[in-house]
Design a binder for this molecule. Structure first.
Ligand code: PGA
Length: 264
């Protein structure tokens, strides 16, 4: 069993000043590196500088999107290889904001996830239902469709992450009931087992959507939640650190215990 994974998604926030927050976080985490694994998905312009800012810590630097092709005449786009070259090791694909604003389809997300693996990046594949889909009783069907379209066939054994992010919870102050998070995670695992042949305990599954320092302990304590994808609360070292501090609630396993003391 691995440590919880806490991923910050800075979205289109972040100029050089934010690197000070990252440095502060890195300093704080140096004494507590084994409580959780931490990644920050920064704007592409900051990936290289962020990598230097957190050098010496275990913070993993990531990007927020890629184009599936390796290179070509795609003005303004960034390939997985370019992101990896800049120092990223992880990348978000299929975030609901991109699905909504750019009409990204499951097939697009699938290609991006495969491109990430091709370049040695670990994709975080986002899925989640809208409020209308939930109200219509179609949440499970929507998530199932997104999983089947967005996770490439042949991904068994690949190093990837799935993030369940209900669209209505992202950037709001609402989160699903813990039973709903647990149920969604169970369904996603069962589906990946059945459709992709991936053992349920081999799937790393995050929850995302309005995670804060206040609710992180409860969410990280939900059965089947392996970590969280954090937007707004990841922009400041203090709030992201508070979420990291919540992680031991779930990480109290014999092998992890000796390291928990560092961040109490
Ligand atoms: P939020 O964003 O934490 O601000 O709701 C989460 C996300 O978009 O990944």
């Amino acid at each position: 069993m691995t440590l919880p994974l806490i991923v910050g998604n800075w979205k289109m926030h972040g100029v050089a000043a934010n690197l000070d927050e990252a440095r502060a976080l890195a300093n704080a985490l140096r004494v507590a590196r084994a409580i959780a694994r931490v990644a920050i998905c920064a704007p592409a312009t900051l990936v290289d500088r962020l990598r230097h800012a957190v050098a010496g810590s275990d913070i993993v630097v990531g990007g927020q999107d890629i184009r599936a092709e390796e290179s070509g005449a795609f003005t303004g786009d960034i390939s997985a290889e370019m992101l990896a070259d800049a120092g990223a090791r992880i990348v978000i694909v299929g975030h609901s904001e991109r699905r909504a604003a750019y009409g990204e389809t499951g097939a697009d997300v699938c290609r991006k996830a495969a491109a990430a693996i091709r370049a040695g990046l670990r994709p975080i594949i986002c899925v989640g239902e809208s409020l209308a889909e939930r109200a219509a009783g179609r949440a499970s069907a929507t998530i199932a469709k997104q999983i089947s379209e967005s996770v490439p066939p042949g991904f068994a054994g690949k190093d990837f992450v799935v993030a369940y992010e209900p669209v209505w919870a992202v950037g709001s102050t609402r989160t699903p009931a813990r039973e709903d998070i647990e149920q969604a995670h169970r369904a996603i695992r069962a589906q990946l087992r059945d459709s992709h042949g991936i053992a349920t305990d081999a799937i790393q599954l995050l929850y995302g959507g309005s995670v804060t320092s206040t609710n992180a302990a409860e969410i990280l304590g939900v059965e089947g939640v392996d970590g969280v994808l954090v937007g707004a609360a990841s922009l400041h070292a203090e709030s992201l650190l508070a979420i990291v501090r919540a992680a031991p609630q779930r990480a109290r396993r014999a092998t992890d215990q000796p390291t928990v003391r560092g961040i109490s």
